[in-house]
Design a protein around this ligand. Structure first.
Ligand SMILES: *Cc1c(COP(=O)(O)O)cnc(C)c1O
Length: 439
């Protein structure tokens, strides 16, 4: 990196490291997986990020998912400003949380009751608790490579962050917390059936990202989600779809609507906060009635339903509901980009799999089809690092890991797509593919 172009970021990073572990408040932000120093962001507008040295980047990170409408979307910014004048926190009921809850119920018809929390982590952790309370069973099934936040019981085999930092059994998580967590591969019904048979009548819930995005984007094989639904119904296992990433991202009804499969509980986050910290879990009335104070499963939060977060989320969701063509637009843009990228890499004999759905995509440098976590691991990470770095130095900000999803936002333009392709073309010409060198 040319130090002078990133001088202020470098200075701030030194200070950050003196004050915060690794200089960050969430591990993947440290760019450790791509052997680079991260830069410090100053502002963003639309699909463009500006760093502290005034370098500008096309944003394919989208704040890791929430910013589907782009940064500083005027309607959302205005709504937040108006609400801020009326105070930031009450710790009591407001109409805003009712509006957001009603809107989510309308957009996700199998959500009869919903509880707002502050993050996706909290949503998944709480959903598991309710499922256990409801079924009076303890074990849960988790899919290898899926990420459901950092709650103890869910930190087994959890996708890119944990995998890349080589935290196999995460220190700090006692085995007593993960003993009841059973792991099966994605897209593998026989493995699921086998584990259920071995643990008959002890499994409370199956939690899954219906379309995983946290081991990189991976798609369900035909009928996989339907099969899971059938099995859970048959075995009286609560089916939890973690749609923190896919909810209101791959369609206005998330993966449930996209694939026509309904879960018992859905967890949400990212987009429903419009950029502010919000999570939620909701689902069938009979299950959600177990949540306190209606039922006996305790779960609470000082800032849950925070008015500023609610108005940002509500304004974002309402815009998405009222402008349904957004999803077609986003999908079109994504397809245009991934098709062209695929062509470029193929023309240069680079082994490539680009997996995409809606406005999510991941570029894997591998010839293998991607159906599960083990498949994603065949991707050439050293070539990815080179590609990431080249894009980055040329003003394109992708997800800083070979095993994460990139996102497309509403304001991303054809010009941005053309530029991304031009930079990619220049990269492959300059750096011919070198076969596997994974460390
Ligand atoms: C981001 C994410 C989470 C965790 O949400 P946080 O708000 O970061 O706690 C959980 N599940 C999925 C599928 C996610 O993408």
């Amino acid at each position: 990196m040319k130090i002078d172009n990133y001088f202020k970021s470098g200075q701030l990073l030194l200070r950050a490291k003196q004050a915060m572990p690794g200089g960050v408040n969430s591990p993947v932000r440290a760019f450790k997986n791509i052997d680079m120093d991260p830069i410090v962001i100053a502002s963003a507008k639309g699909a463009r990020l500006i760093d502290e040295d005034k370098n500008s980047y096309i944003d394919y990170l989208n704040g890791w998912g929430p910013m589907i409408l782009g940064h500083a979307f005027p309607l959302v910014t205005k709504a937040v400003r108006v609400q801020a004048k009326k105070s930031l926190c009450f710790g009591a009921i407001t109409e805003l949380e009712i509006l957001l809850a009603e809107l989510i119920k309308q957009m996700l018809p199998n959500v009869h009751l919903i509880r707002m929390v502050n993050s996706g982590t909290e949503a998944c952790m709480s959903a598991i608790r309710v499922a256990r309370g409801y079924t009076h069973k303890n074990k849960i099934i988790k899919i290898e490579g899926c990420y459901h936040g950092h709650a103890d019981a869910l930190l087994a085999a959890s996708g890119s962050g944990v995998a890349e930092f080589s935290v196999q059994s995460t220190p700090g998580v006692p085995s007593s917390s993960t003993n009841d967590t059973l792991i099966v591969p994605y897209n593998d019904i026989p493995a699921l059936e086998a584990i259920i048979k071995k643990n008959q009548n002890t499994i409370a819930a199956l939690i899954i990202e219906p379309v995983p995005g946290n081991m990189g984007c991976v798609l369900p094989q035909p009928h996989y989600l339907e099969e899971i639904r059938k099995i859970c119904t048959r075995e009286k296992i609560v089916l939890i779809f973690d749609e923190v990433m896919t909810g209101f991202r791959i369609s206005s009804g998330g993966a449930q609507a996209y694939y026509g499969v309904e879960a018992d509980i859905v967890t949400l986050g990212k987009i429903i906060g419009g950029g502010l910290p919000v999570g939620a879990y909701g689902g069938k009335r009979a299950i959600m009635e177990f949540v306190a104070p209606l039922g006996s499963v305790y779960q609470a939060g000082t800032n849950s339903g925070n008015p500023i977060a609610m108005i940002a989320g509500y304004t974002t969701l309402k815009y998405l509901r009222d402008n349904k063509n957004i999803y077609q637009d986003l999908e079109k843009k994504t397809k245009k980009l991934t098709k062209e990228l695929r062509n470029i890499f193929q023309r240069h004999a680079v082994p490539i799999q680009i997996v995409e759905i809606g406005s999510m995509f991941t570029i894997y440098f591998t010839a293998n089809n991607i159906h599960n976590f083990q498949d994603t691991k065949t991707a050439n990470t050293s070539y990815f690092k080179k590609y990431f770095k080249y894009c980055f130095l040329n003003g394109i900000y992708m997800s800083p890991s070979p095993f994460e999803s990139c996102f497309i936002s509403l304001p991303l333009s054809q010009k941005d797509i053309d530029y991304t392709c031009a930079v990619t073309e220049a990269f492959v010409s300059k750096f011919p593919y070198i076969a596997h060198q994974n460390d």
